[in-house]
Every structure is written in structure tokens, then in C-alpha cells.
Ligand binder design. Structure first.
Ligand code: BG6
Length: 467
């Protein structure tokens, strides 16, 4: 690329959090329990009951986000704060909390981007079968979404349906923390859950388009580029298989309203086909998102030969691909550096991912998560010199700018995370924020906020890139 283009003036520069990882106040003001509140957590990690205390601190936090120059903030709404048992009575105090949060953001010139569902299924719905109980969950998800739209659609333009459906389904048989709480599922159940998510999500998108035409809605999947381990044609095919299984099966159903044919054959051959009902294809076809939101942390590499090690039973990391016999096998990529937590750093892969998605679907893109987890402590100047994070962001934003220059429509970049929060399954010590929250796994201290070096870096970056 010889000449880089400028970002549009209305490009939204932001950062993200999710409700269960940031809010705390897990039983305050009438909130019901979610699967995240009741699951067993390893002794060495913090639970989610206090988290970053965003529920009580949001005003102070938003003031810092404003100081950083953010124009967007992506957060999720806690289903059980709005409807404590998932499908019954509405909790007025929960409704008011999100009105206040949204108003505070708008007052500070920050565009709210709302995720409807981010891993925190109401526990009482889980007890009724959760995402496996189609009639129950589709109805409950639609009801909950309608409550949100009726309350907040006048104030919120950008909506996200489900966070990382693909991660929940792909690793749901190997890792317990996402859509099952303490439960793992078999593949058959998972692909049924996935189908139920497609249907619920399609109905919610349709509801929005029919009744709230000024809003825009999208899924928020975790999409990554997948490389073949060599130039053997079979490895290229394995990479295509992995992309179908990890990325395109989901986006094809949500954007095109179609089951990807290669995935369909895989499901059929393995007896994993979900229970299709009459009218399902029409429901999927009718709904179409307005843009594609996605989370990107790392890329993956695969080969065709089967690994010699025994298939992992229990994954400790949701980003790591594994083996699917007959489709692909997992490989390390020796060309990439790793983060402290072992995730490959691949900014070129970020560009590959955006290009692949745009070429397939031609919808505007929004980055809803991208960032680096690291263990950190305040230094003697009450800050954290997180140069590794600055480097990570610099590289990824450089590739983003190349994509924009190549004509890919991108509307917003939201880094993960704004303030330090509890990692999805590795406690508070694994930090992602621009803002340090002073607590440890078990010692809550005063939870004071301290901008890290990356805070000032992002602030300058946003300021400079605008002009
Ligand atoms: C994504 C999730 O999978 O990755 C976030 O949407 C999560 O909720 C993020 O926090 C980083 O993963 P982790 O496990 O390091 O918190």
C-alpha cells in the first residue's frame, strides 16, 4: 500500500467490557443469579461477585473514558438484572441502572454499543435446559430483547445479539465456563444449541428491523484467520475446513440465512444435525444483520495429518484450536511471538481476517474486542508501563488502517478492555485494561483506578489520527 487513507470523522474509537466481568453487585438491587454467579471457581481465582465494581463506579469510569477521548463504549447488559429469573418479572432497578449508564455515556459524548447477551445466562433458565430447550429459550431471549429495545432503542443505535456464539459452541464440550456454567455438553447438544441461537438471534434482528428502524444490529463472533501449516494441498484443505467450522458456518447462517454446505455434510455424517423445524429456513433467510461485529485476539494454524497426542479432554484456553478428525489438526505457529498467556500475536492475521470477511459478506465491520492480557502491578509512580500492550495495539491498528485504505468499510474499533476486569476464566491477575483497578484476586482494597501508560498512548493516538 503506497498511501494510507484517513479514518472517517465519524469512526468510533472505543473500548469494551462485559457485565459479569466488570459490574460486580451480583445480587444487589434485585439482580438474579446467572450461571457465572453460581459456577465453581478455582481457589486461586477471584469470583465475579465484586469484579471491578463498575456497578457502583460507572460515573468515575466514564469520566476517565472521556478523558481518554473515546467516542464509543461497548458493554453488555446483564439479563438477570433486567429479568431476575430470565423470563418472568421485570426488575425496575435494573432497568434504571442501564438508563443511567447510557445517559451518562451520552452526556459525555460516548456512543453506547450494547451486547444483549455475553456468557451470563440466567441460572434459572439453565435449570430449565438453557440453550438446549428451544421453545423456552427462544421465547425468553425474544422477550428479554424486546424489553431492552422498548426501553433503550431511542438512545442506543448499535446493538449486538450474542457474544462469541462460535466459541461457546466449539469449546462447549471441552471447557465449562461459557454457556453451561459448570456443565459440559456433547456435540449433538451443542449443535442444537447453536441452531437455537441462530433462530433466537434471527427473530431478535427481525424484531429490531420491524420496530426500530433507526437502530443497527449484528452478531459478535470471534473470527480469526486460519493458516495451513505447509504448502501441501491437503493442509490448505484442512485450513478451509477449520475456517468453515470456526468462522463461516456461523456467519453464513446469520448473514446469508443458509447452512454452510460443507458444515452441513459434516454434521450429517456425524449425526450432529440439529432438529430443524418447518419454517426455520424462512426465519433464517428473513433476518440479516446490518454489519458484522467480531472479536479478534490471535490466529490459528492447522494441518491435515492427525496429531499423535491423545485428544485433549479439558481445554484451559478458549482461543486454542484442537483436532477434529477428518477435518483438521491443531499446530503451533513458530513464526509468531506469544503473549504471557500463550496467545500468538498476529496483527497481519487481523488484516487477513477483515479482508476474508469483507470479501465474503460485503457488510461493514466493527471490532468489538482486541487486546492483550498480562499480569501487572502498580509501580512506584502508581501506574503500569505496559509497553507490550502499546506495541500490540500499534501493530493491530496499523493493519486496520491498511484495511480501510484498501476500501474495507470499518465503522468502529473497541479495544478489550477499558478498565481491568475479571478474565473470563483466569481471574483478576490477567489484566487487559487501559485503566488499572487496584485489587488482587482476593484482596479488594479500595479498587481505585489508575491510568496505565497505554491510556495516555491511546488518547494521543485517537487525537492524532483524527486530523
Ligand atoms: C473473549 C470474551 O473470549 O475473550 C471475553 O468475549 C474474554 O469475555 C476475552 O474476557 C479474553 O479472554 P480471557 O479468557 O483472557 O478473559
Amino acid at each position: 500500500i503506497k498511501k494510507l487513507k484517513k479514518f472517517d470523522d465519524d469512526f468510533l474509537w472505543g473500548a469494551s467490557i462485559s457485565a459479569f466481568q466488570a459490574e460486580g453487585a451480583s445480587t444487589k438491587d434485585g439482580k438474579g443469579l446467572s450461571i457465572q454467579d453460581v459456577k465453581k471457581i478455582s481457589e486461586k481465582y477471584s469470583d465475579f461477585s465484586v469484579a471491578a465494581d463498575f456497578y457502583n463506579n460507572y460515573k468515575e469510569d466514564i469520566a476517565l473514558l472521556k478523558e481518554m477521548g473515546l467516542s464509543s463504549f461497548r458493554f453488555s447488559i446483564s439479563w438477570t438484572r433486567i429479568i431476575p429469573d430470565g423470563d418472568g418479572e421485570i426488575n425496575k432497578k435494573g432497568i434504571i441502572f442501564y438508563h443511567n449508564l447510557i445517559d451518562e455515556l451520552k452526556k459525555n459524548g460516548i456512543e453506547p454499543i450494547v451486547t444483549i447477551y455475553h456468557f451470563d445466562l440466567p441460572f434459572s433458565l439453565q435449570q430449565k435446559g438453557g440453550w438446549s430447550n428451544r421453545d423456552m429459550i427462544v421465547k425468553a431471549f425474544l422477550k428479554y430483547s424486546k424489553v431492552l429495545f422498548n426501553e433503550y432503542a431511542k438512545k442506543v443505535k448499535y446493538w449486538l445479539t450474542i457474544n462469541e456464539q462460535n466459541v461457546m459452541i466449539m469449546i462447549g464440550s471441552k471447557m465449562k465456563f461459557l454457556n453451561g456454567g459448570d456443565k459440559k455438553f456433547n456435540q449433538n447438544e451443542l449443535y442444537n444449541q447453536s441452531h437455537n441461537m441462530f433462530i433466537a438471534q434471527a427473530l431478535v434482528m427481525e424484531e429490531m428491523h420491524n420496530n426500530f428502524p433507526n437502530c443497527l444490529i449484528a452478531p459478535a463472533l470471534n473470527i480469526v484467520s486460519i493458516y495451513p501449516n505447509s504448502n501441501k494441498p491437503q493442509d490448505y484443505l484442512a485450513a478451509m475446513n477449520a475456517s468453515v467450522m470456526r468462522n463461516w458456518y456461523y456467519l453464513d447462517a446469520i448473514v446469508r440465512g443458509e447452512y454452510n454446505p460443507i458444515m452441513y455434510k459434516y454434521l450429517e455424517d456425524n449425526n450432529f444435525l440439529p432438529d430443524f423445524r418447518k419454517g426455520d429456513y424462512e426465519i433464517l433467510k428473513k433476518a440479516k444483520p446490518d454489519f458484522i461485529a467480531f472479536n479478534y485476539y490471535t490466529s490459528a494454524t492447522v494441518k491435515s495429518e492427525i496429531n499423535n497426542f491423545i485428544e485433549v479432554e479439558e481445554l484451559i484456553d478458549q482461543q486454542r484450536l484442537f483436532d477434529v478428525p477428518g477435518m483438521f489438526s491443531y499446530c503451533e505457529n513458530p513464526n509468531l511471538e506469544k503473549t504471557e498467556y500463550g496467545w500468538d500475536i498476529d496483527s497481519t492475521g487481523f488484516r487477513v481476517t477483515m479482508r476474508e470477511m469483507y470479501e465474503r459478506y460485503r457488510l461493514p465491520l466493527m471490532i468489538t474486542e482486541n487486546g492483550l492480557g498480562h499480569s501487572e502491578q502498580l509501580n512506584e509512580n502508581n501506574t503500569v508501563d505496559d509497553d507490550y500492550r502499546i506495541q500490540y495495539y500499534e501493530k493491530h491498528l496499523n493493519e486496520l488502517r491498511k484495511c480501510i485504505s484498501e476500501g474495507i468499510k470499518i465503522i468502529s474499533y473497541n479495544a478489550w478492555t477499558a478498565i481491568d476486569i475479571v478474565s473470563s476464566h483466569q481471574g483478576f491477575s490477567k489484566r487487559y485494561g487501559f485503566i488499572y483497578v487496584d485489587r488482587t484476586e482476593k484482596d479488594l482494597k479500595e479498587m481505585k483506578r489508575y491510568p496505565k501508560k497505554s491510556f495516555y498512548w491511546y488518547k494521543e493516538y485517537i487525537k492524532k489520527i483524527k486530523y
